[in-house]
Unconditional design. Structure first.
Length: 485
């Protein structure tokens, strides 16, 4: 029998607000355990929540970007369950009236022609609070409540995925959108972007099968491996005549397998009811329109603009926009120059970033989010190479000095004596010496063997220590060979 995999995702994105969703505690990552906690987020009796308006604004940004229907009125509900790291024994979330419904995200799925798109439909986006964190040691488990109350957006897709590649394409596009909207740092290693995978298999054209959920997987590699493992497990069970159970499973990356945690709950098991301490949120057209007008340019819009304004290739534009910090560097280089509308300057900046800068990032194991290099200095360096003040070898060397040591490019080039020579007298002297030392090659050139010109040119550049301006050297050498000087 031929099986079809059906996958839906629940993605949790921690928002980049400075304070929590219902109190003024800091959301800073990495603080000492249990230092960013107050009676409110610790679940003490008698405390009252106060909604962080920025959380609503961030949810509106994402909802608009993902083509959602925005609710004119949304409400918060209590989702009742007890985990050790959830001291209130309930989570404030949204079930009955979420802030965003429907919507979609279009992903690129290469077909036989190398192109193709697929629309992934969304069920809803809702606001909620995160739980704390358990820290395990061999003999004890510690509770850190710092993360409790951190604002989350949960982005719930419809079961539109059919394989792991589609899931990864969607997650990459969603992460890209969140980063460009500047609402989530998407650091999967810190848990700020994680996914729950709901998966089932069915015979092609058949009814949906029994689904299992794998929770809080926080790397693309692990998500892909978990999907492929779980779909094979489902198929093996069914083909052997077994029965699948709706359950929540834990993915163990080290063991390369999924393991049952508990029977999967449904909404009624959580006993949702409207939160009595939080008023409905009313979203009028004025508020919505204001958010729309302040939305930043997204990655796909930048790619289109780079191609139209600067003639940058699709492949290079994709690299430039692969992370917001890289796109910011590109645009800051241009904005630091008087050549802001110069396509040649922009192309040179694009080549520098996608070539030398990415090479240096790879060599230094620098993640895009940690990229830090002076755009103004790179702008000066690009101007120098385009105006013929330095050659390509010096350009590459100096770019490395700027990246690694924040060197001043003009000072570095001057101190190293790397500025190209335009002095015609000095160039003429070097040409004369070369011609005297290579009379046979000069005779060959004059007798019609033009291929020898490259050798003669190289000899002059060698005498000038590689600092001769190639255009100046070429013109003077051609003239002196032609005129017999």
């Amino acid at each position: 029998m031929k099986w079809e995999t059906v996958i839906g995702l629940e993605v949790h994105a921690e928002l980049s607000t400075k304070t929590k969703i219902f109190c003024s505690c800091s959301t800073a990552y990495g603080a000492e355990p249990n230092t960013n906690v107050c009676p409110g987020c610790a679940g003490m009796p008698g405390t009252m929540p106060v909604l962080n308006k920025n959380v609503v604004e961030y949810a509106l940004r994402l909802g608009i970007a993902l083509n959602c229907d925005i609710a004119g009125e949304c409400r918060f509900d209590r989702k009742n369950y007890y985990y050790p790291d959830l001291p209130k024994a309930y989570q404030v979330s949204q079930l009955y009236a979420p802030i965003c419904k429907n919507g979609f995200l279009e992903i690129d799925i290469p077909d036989a022609n190398g192109t193709g798109k697929k629309k992934i439909n969304l069920h809803q986006i809702h606001m909620e609070e995160d739980a704390g964190k358990l820290v395990h040691s061999p003999n004890e488990t510690y509770m850190d409540f710092n993360r409790g109350g951190t604002p989350l957006l949960e982005i719930v897709s419809k079961p539109d995925f059919r394989n792991a590649d589609e899931v990864i394409a969607y997650l990459e596009k969603l992460r890209e959108t969140l980063l460009y909207l500047e609402i989530c740092d998407c650091k999967m290693e810190e848990g700020s972007f994680r996914a729950d995978v709901n998966l089932s298999v069915r015979p092609f054209g058949g009814e949906l099968g029994v689904r299992t959920e794998m929770k809080n997987i926080n790397s693309f590699k692990a998500i892909k491996a978990a999907i492929e493992y779980e779909e094979n497990r489902h198929i093996d069970v069914l083909e052997e005549g077994g029965r699948l159970v709706q359950e929540t499973r834990r993915w163990d990356d080290e063991k390369g397998g999924s393991f049952a945690m508990r029977t999967k709950e449904n909404a009624q098991d959580y006993r949702y009811f409207p939160d009595p301490d939080l008023l409905p949120v009313m979203i009028d057209e004025e508020w919505l329109n204001r958010v729309k007008t302040t939305l930043p340019e997204l990655a796909h819009q930048k790619r289109e603009r780079y191609a139209e304004d600067y003639g940058i290739s699709e492949a290079e534009a994709a690299v430039l926009t692969s992370h917001k910090k890289i796109a910011d560097l590109f645009e800051n280089i241009i904005n630091n120059s008087v050549e802001t509308q110069n396509a040649r300057f922009a192309l040179e900046a694009a080549h520098l970033i996608t070539g030398e800068i990415l090479r240096l990032m790879n060599n230094t194991n620098t993640l895009p989010e940690d990229l830090s290099v002076d755009a103004g200095k790179l702008s000066v360096l690009i101007t120098m190479v385009l105006t013929g003040k330095i050659n390509r070898s010096t350009y590459k060397e100096t770019a490395e000095a700027v990246y690694l040591h924040n060197a001043d490019p003009e000072k570095y080039i001057e101190e190293k004596g790397l500025m190209m020579l335009d002095d015609s007298d000095e160039v003429k002297k070097a040409v004369e010496e070369m011609m005297n030392e290579n009379q046979d090659s000069v005779s060959d050139y004059r007798s019609g063997k033009e291929k020898v010109f490259g050798f003669l040119m190289g000899q002059v550049m060698k005498k000038l220590g590689g600092r001769g301006n190639p255009e100046t050297v070429k013109k003077l050498l051609e003239s002196m060979l032609k005129n017999g000087n």
